[in-house]
Design a binder for this molecule. Structure first.
Ligand code: TRP
Length: 329
């Protein structure tokens, strides 16, 4: 059984792109892997959320993942800041991370460019904290997007460096994991590219029915096919891609045929698509609302998750302290 670990950013709500791109795959992986999913709230301090926002964001993200099917019985679902072993391990790893290599990471260089007024040390050591997250559970597989691959590479480097320095084979190389066939890229509603956070482009799991309908009806289309059997132009292809995920195969076929013989009416396509998205999102949204208002349940989930994470983390930390040479009198 592999140990799978993923850190979840605690900023921003989940959209369908996150859901089909990652969350749905996390849900599937839970049955045959030893999974750790945690909310990276320490990492979010690099951008100074207010105390209210910090807590509310963590709560929201936790509720969204639970509502999407992460199961606290099957997996360890926890909040990073509930595991004090992580910052201690981070301190130990930081002693073997070189300032030069940290300065050269692309995520850090991006931050220098985008927020030159706030280049804090937490940004510089971001990959060290991330390595602590990963190595403290000796994870085999880490599902990460393109933007986090270099940070994962640093974790591998720190693991090898530790092993080499203390002449041990303690840490495994955590492998990047991409979902292969199951990796679905959900297009946005603005006609080009991926679903993302730009306004109007994303459909969120917390969107209400009216919002979903409004967004879909406003989705970018074109003037329509003029020749029978012509290839589907990008904005419409994008709508078909979303349809593939939320509608029945019959519905998809119906509209594809209408496109092929040039009788398609985009208004009808959008209406159908909006209803299918509503039907898909509504139960998830309702679960999010229920979970958010159930403080007892959230507390139970967080406690259980922290307990599981700390069991694994404290064992690693104890071994690491021993290997480094700390001895109790
Ligand atoms: N940095 C990751 C992101 O921005 C979140 C994260 C923190 C993470 N610790 C991690 C991801 C450990 C994977 C493993 O998305």
């Amino acid at each position: 059984m592999d140990t799978v670990l993923s850190g979840i950013r605690s900023t921003g709500n989940l959209h369908l792109g996150n859901y089909f791109g990652a969350v749905r795959n996390f849900v599937k992986m839970q049955s045959d892997n030893n999974c750790y999913f945690f909310i990276a709230d320490y990492h979010s301090l690099t951008t100074y959320p207010t105390p209210e926002n910090l807590h509310n964001n963590v709560k929201m993200v936790l509720a969204e993942y639970l509502a999407s099917g992460l199961d606290p019985e099957k997996s360890a679902i926890f909040v990073q800041s509930d595991v004090p072993e992580i910052p201690e391990f981070y301190l130990l790893l930081a002693m073997n991370a070189y300032v030069g290599e940290l300065e050269r990471t692309t995520t850090f260089k991006d931050k220098i460019r985008t927020q030159p007024e706030n280049v804090n040390a937490g940004l510089l050591t971001y990959p060290v904290l991330m390595a602590a997250d990963i190595l403290i559970h000796n994870a085999d597989k880490v599902p990460v997007g393109k933007d986090q691959e270099q940070n994962l590479e640093m974790a591998r480097k720190f693991a090898r460096r530790f092993n080499h320095m203390y002449k041990v084979e303690y840490f495994k190389d955590p492998e990047p994991y991409n979902f292969g066939e199951d990796l679905v890229k959900v297009p946005g509603l603005d006609g080009t590219g991926k679903m993302g956070k730009t306004a109007g482009n994303g459909l969120y799991l917390i969107d209400d029915d009216a919002t979903i309908r409004k967004k879909v009806m406003r989705a970018v289309t074109d003037t329509g096919p003029t020749e029978p059997n012509s290839p589907v132009a990008e904005p419409i292809r994008n709508l078909f891609t979303i349809m593939e995920l939320v509608s029945t195969p019959d519905t998809l076929l119906f509209f594809k045929e209408k496109y092929s013989d040039c009788t398609i009416r985009y208004g009808d396509l959008k209406k159908q698509l909006a209803e299918d998205i509503v039907r898909f999102i509504k139960p998830i949204r309702e679960r999010i609302t229920d979970i958010i208002s159930d403080e007892d349940y959230l507390r139970k989930v967080a406690r259980l998750g922290a307990e599981k994470a700390r069991t694994s983390a404290s064992k690693t930390l104890k071994d690491v302290r021993q290997i480094i040479g700390f001895r109790t009198f």
